[in-house]
Design a protein around this ligand. Structure first.
Ligand code: MN
Length: 331
């Protein structure tokens, strides 16, 4: 055993056995001035090095009174079981989690929501602007200090809520529970130096520095994308059958007749089964009807041994229509 290892062992045994895991602040992922002019450098510096650091220090102090095996080790578990802790743990565990989260969903690089998140926003709120209106209203309406959130609720829907003080929707006793994907700190310490009492101006500005890559990632992590088969199995089946035909039409036209009759069967199943409610519309009904007719037409062309140009045109027409349908379903 070399001296380095001995030194390490001596160090480990010098730590009292009653010690517990201390929470530490992650480094801020950008410079204090990175969010200028929307959030000023002084506010960021004080917010991170004094307010957030204070929550971490006070959380560790509050937990020091509790035996190590009598408390949760993970911050999210502390929040889930918050009812069993005192007010100091509540305020400071919430304060630590909320700020760590807040830094992660801000960014100097302006970007936009992913198509997947955008489609959920459009479906539920009509537009990003109306979500903005709802969130800013919740933030303005929060009396005193607190947070406004966009959460994924237990039904996997987006929801706009607000919480008092350092509470958050991960707390086991929260009236509205869910997983935050976006949050705005509306404590005065988050904006007073630059915006004074004008919380509305701060709320208008902060939309310029949201980290939509991270917000979109959080959304997808909590609402996993469904496969085509999970969304609409008869369409998935049809689409797979069409892929086979596209592959064969170039290489082995003799095999085509077997597969076009399979495609016709898949088309029958597709036109018979109801269109899933999420995609139902007059246009979709028409598209699916057309797909049925085009499939029958292709099958007849093959049986008649029509010219390959006609067959390829028919396949291309079907392919365009399927692409069009899939763009609606995948959005
Ligand atoms: Mn704060």
């Amino acid at each position: 055993m070399n001296y380095l290892k001995l030194g390490l062992l001596a160090f480990i045994f010098s730590i009292p056995f009653t010690s517990f895991a201390q929470f530490v602040q992650k480094p801020l992922p950008y410079a204090f001035n990175a969010l200028e002019p929307y959030i000023d450098a002084t506010t960021m510096e004080i917010h991170y090095t004094k307010h957030h650091a204070g929550y971490v220090k006070n959380l560790n102090a509050a937990l020091a009174n509790i035996p190590n095996d009598g408390r949760d080790q993970k911050i999210t578990d502390i929040l889930k079981n918050i009812a069993k802790y005192d007010g100091a743990v509540r305020n400071n565990a919430g304060g630590h989690y909320n700020h760590e989260f807040f830094w992660s969903i801000l960014s100097p690089k302006s970007n936009k929501p992913s198509d997947y998140l955008m489609s959920a926003i459009n479906k539920q709120f009509g537009s990003l602007d109306s979500l903005k209106g709802l969130l800013n209203k919740a933030a303005l309406g929060r009396f005193g200090s607190g947070w406004a959130w966009v959460i994924v609720n237990p039904q996997l829907k987006l929801e706009v809520i607000s919480t008092p003080l350092q509470d958050n929707p991960l707390m086991g006793d929260a009236p509205k529970k869910g997983t935050p994907i976006l949050g705005i700190d509306v404590w005065e310490h988050a904006y007073y130096l630059k915006y004074q009492n004008k919380r509305g101006d701060y709320l208008a500005a902060i939309w310029n520095v949201f980290n939509w890559d991270e917000i979109s990632r959080l959304y997808e992590a909590n609402v996993p994308k469904l496969t085509l088969d999970q969304k609409w199995s008869s369409l998935a089946n049809y689409s797979a059958s069409l892929d086979k035909i596209k592959e064969l039409s170039a290489k082995d036209p003799k095999q085509m007749i077997f597969h076009t009759s399979k495609l016709t069967d898949a088309a029958k199943e597709l036109t018979k089964s109801p269109i899933p409610a999420d995609y139902a519309s007059n246009a979709m009904t028409k598209n699916i009807g057309d797909l049925g007719n085009l499939s029958t037409n292709l099958d007849q062309l093959i049986r008649k041994k029509a010219k390959s140009k006609l067959i390829n045109n028919a396949i291309a027409q079907i392919n365009d229509l399927v692409k069009n349908i899939l763009s609606t379903v995948n959005n």
